[in-house]
Design a protein around this ligand. Sequence first.
Ligand SMILES: [Zn+2]
Length: 639
Amino acid sequence: MSAPVGSQPDTRPYLLERVDEAAVVQLYADGFDALPQRDKILIYHLYQAAIAGRDIYYDQRYVHNLAMRDTLEEILTHADGVPEETLAEIRRYTKLFWINSGPYNNLTARKFVLKCTPEAFTQAARIAERNGARIPRDLERLQPHFFDLAVDPIVTSKTPGAGKDILEASANNLYAGVSMADLEGFDERYPLNSRLVKEDGRLVEEVYRVGGRYDTYIRAIVGHLGAAIPFATAPMAAALRALIRFYETGETADRAAYDIAWVRDRDSPVDTINGFVEVYMDARGMKGAWEALVYYVNPEKTAGIRKLADAAQWFEDRMPWADEYKKQGVRGVSANAIDVVIETGDSGPVTPVGINLPNDQTIRELHGSKSVSLSNANQAYDKSTLPEFRREFAWSADEAERAEKWSSVASELTTDMHEVIGHGSGRIAERLQGNPQGVLKEQYSALEESRADLVALYFVPDRKLVELGLVDEADHADIVRAEYEGYARNALVQLRRVREGSQIEEDHMRNRQMIVGWLMANSRAIERRRRDGKTYYVVVDVDAFQEGAGRLLADVQRIKAEGDYEAAKALFETYGVHFDPALRDEVVERVDRLQMPSYTGFVQPRLRAVRDAGGEITDVQISYPLDLQTQMLEYSGRA
Ligand SMILES: [Zn+2]
């Protein structure tokens, strides 16, 4: 199972199964076997730390999540005698629950429910209980959470409608009983790593740290991180020690010290992200969702990305925005192509394909940031995509062929550009004190994603990419066209992910919708065409696409740099949030006919430690479970 990709046809299973609109795909970490023993043992301890914190994310996402998951897993593992029809429905629901880490769709933020009757579910639970399952005594209490779409309908609601509060409209567990009005005049000491609770009319921060909220999980994480330190390089060991300190104190200064130590570790072959990181789940964009990734560098692919990173100042000097927003001496943009060994919490089973951290703007400006592109996740996505998917939404046979041939190359290239020269770029006004999030609030994440996407779209036709050896001159025009066509098509195809309502919630989706909508309204780049009752977004002018992307990018950078909240809001309200439900229905009908998945959950590799008589780890073996249920039950200790 460890043959290098490309040396022979890869006939391993990627697409394992379909669950409604989700695909389940196996992720492979080729190259693990070839790592030195020391790195394997290091990865093993970090892998344990990743599993140890997984339930923090479940609890953050929904206060009833863990009780719901326990109930489902107990039924599935004690199912003898449960009627087949009921069992099949519980299995379907549980798989979606695992893929989405709870009852909310990862992309739409909306709730999904069990479709059997509450009576059939209760009966199944009782049968399981007789088989030895531990079922909560107050199962009745959980029923609305399993069955009622109207109870806690949206996990994160950034635009709940006039007069409604974004925190009260969001079902996540980052706040309890708190509204935006309560926060006025409140000085938050732990903005990233606490749950805010209103107790007797007073706001209390429940800090995520040793001795605080999630104490048990955090102690376990700290234990595994400590065990990893002897196997790490000196800079990585320093970062791990700083991370442990932050988990112990929860103090913002220690988080900053950890970020700096993590960014300084540029050359270690193994790395991890472990902590409260991305803020998308919080309607305010402040609270960090817990996640963990463990990965090692893919040296071949990294060589290409490094060239891009080394040219960061060249790109910065040519950004299409005002000189006052250009950074001098862009440094510290480090980039690696990596293979992930495990992703949990906010990063798994649904995975990002590129990451740029830390999010702290001040640290990024002073110390730089690290970018990674998840090579094996990208590869698994590509291997599991059906060709019909591209054909259905392409206007011409030419376009479909171009997509077939170039989309994976083009998307890897633009993902790298997004992360390496996109997020790291630009300067913001001093008065924002490195914190544009504070003023741009719920618009910030989508705006920043747009900025990074636009940098990639603007520069992908540039000859510099040929000079850097990242694309062949002969293929360049085709790659650019394939990228623009794919980007335009996606604005249409992504509507399949929002099956209810007429609003997009997820920030990356808003960003892509906004860019295409803006280009359609403000340039000649893209035409909306109809044929045989089907809608197509057709790129008709590549030059106009690039020129338009540049104009929009200049404005997006200005909005970020000046913290122009009203302009950000207007941009997304006009082009990024609302869509025509009739068009969505058409898209859904087309994808359903082809049975296209809307999103993918990954089954991660599995590690097993080989120990000697004294309990010392002598080797680590990797294997692939090829089954979602097996992996999820292993993680929760029920396999
Ligand atoms: Zn991004």
